[in-house]
Design a protein around this ligand. Structure first.
Ligand SMILES: *Cc1c(COP(=O)(O)O)cnc(C)c1O
Length: 363
């Protein structure tokens, strides 16, 4: 049924005038400005995926009993479209987002979307709203998501879902140079546990992380680092980014994918780039105690967080209930910097893409 899915295009009759759009694009920031269109596809038990449309971006008409509002059956993805120096448009490894979206869907007892439909939906929106891709160091952030739209208060997987893609232009994430972030290690709150939803990209994980994020802000930090739920000992990840450590011998260390952390595409890409350089890379558990001791002894040289939004962000300072310590003197370390340069170079078409990671979008 979904193999024959074809998209109906209903252009926005009142798109944003060019001058206004340019002013919005110049604003920068993250997640506050949106393009003129969206893609929606409906799913019902009897019809499967149907009613695929590219249409004007507008509010949903949602029944107050819509299951998502009560039981949080919702998943999402995050990816970026870039304009290369030659004026082409590319997406970075969108097939990986399509695949992960379906893994999240399975965990949340939601229907899966054929990967080619996911990719087509994203590409159609990029093509339709290509004028919303900022130049320079900006990009068009794409947010595919799906939620339970059935009006029913009983507790079971819903019988009706809505898939949607919206687009938001983002300026240079690090205006005025990438500043290292400070992180708060939460020893009270945890994000995910074995058997839970930590490896799924669902809104509920974020809802559960916000109180710890607020605690981080209260302690003057930008981000929160979560420890494992069983022992409150092992470093897992940040609220929305994976974490890496650089050891004194030049090797890299990162948390293994063991069901409680999100399998980041940035993480996987950096692992591949590091291995291709011949660096020693370990995916193993690393405790907060070790991190403190290794920072003190000088064994840890750098630390960074990674994800689609910021790509690579150096961690300059670590704070926790019992104290604080600095990493790399609060600066961005050389390996962090060079991995960021290589990955952003591939994403933006400045560095040769030998792995076919940058997928061109026809325009
Ligand atoms: C999305 C996300 C990441 C990063 O994944 P990328 O594919 O690299 O963007 C890391 N952790 C969490 C919790 C996330 O939701």
């Amino acid at each position: 049924m979904s193999a024959a899915l074809s998209f109906t295009h209903i252009p926005n009759p009142t798109p944003t005038p060019a001058a206004e759009r340019e002013a919005l694009l110049a604003q920068g920031g993250f997640g506050t400005v949106f393009s003129d269109h969206m893609v929606t596809i409906e799913w019902s038990q009897d019809k499967g995926w149907h009613k695929a449309e590219v249409r004007k971006r507008e509010p949903f008409l949602l029944d107050p009993a819509a299951a998502v509002l009560h039981y949080a059956q919702e998943i999402f993805e995050g990816m970026k479209a870039y304009r290369t120096p030659e004026g082409k448009i590319t997406l970075f490894r969108p097939d990986q987002n399509a695949r992960r979206f379906n893994l999240s869907a399975e965990r949340m007892a939601m229907p899966t979307l054929p990967e080619e439909t996911f990719l087509e939906a994203v590409e159609l929106l990029v093509q339709t709203d290509k004028d919303w891709i900022p130049g320079g160091n900006g990009s068009l952030y794409l947010r595919p998501f799906m939620f339970a739209s059935e009006a029913f208060l009983g507790v079971r997987p819903a019988h009706h879902y809505t898939f949607c893609v919206i687009a938001s232009p983002v300026g240079d994430y690090f205006k005025g140079g990438a500043k290292p972030v400070s992180v708060w290690v939460s020893t009270e709150y945890t994000r995910a546990s074995q058997g839970g939803t930590g490896a799924a990209k669902c809104g509920g994980n974020y809802a559960a992380s916000l109180v710890a994020q607020a605690e981080a802000y209260d302690n003057g930090c930008d981000q929160v680092v979560f420890l494992d739920a069983a022992e409150h000992r092992w470093i897992e990840e940040l609220g929305g980014m994976n974490v890496f450590f650089v050891l004194e011998d030049g090797s890299l260390l990162t948390t293994p994918l063991a069901g409680t952390i999100l399998p980041g595409i940035t993480r996987a890409s950096l692992l591949e780039l590091a291995r291709a350089r011949g660096l020693k890379v370990e995916e193993r558990r690393y405790s907060f105690e070790e991190w403190q001791a290794d920072a003190r002894s000088g064994k840890i040289k750098e630390a960074f967080a990674c994800g689609t939004a910021a790509v690579v962000a150096a961690i300059g300072e670590v704070r926790y209930a019992g104290g604080s310590f600095k990493i790399a003197d609060g600066q961005t370390g050389p390996l962090t910097e060079s991995l960021r340069e290589e990955l952003t170079g591939i994403q933006r078409g400045r560095v040769a893409d030998t792995r076919g990671w940058a997928r061109p979008v026809a325009i």
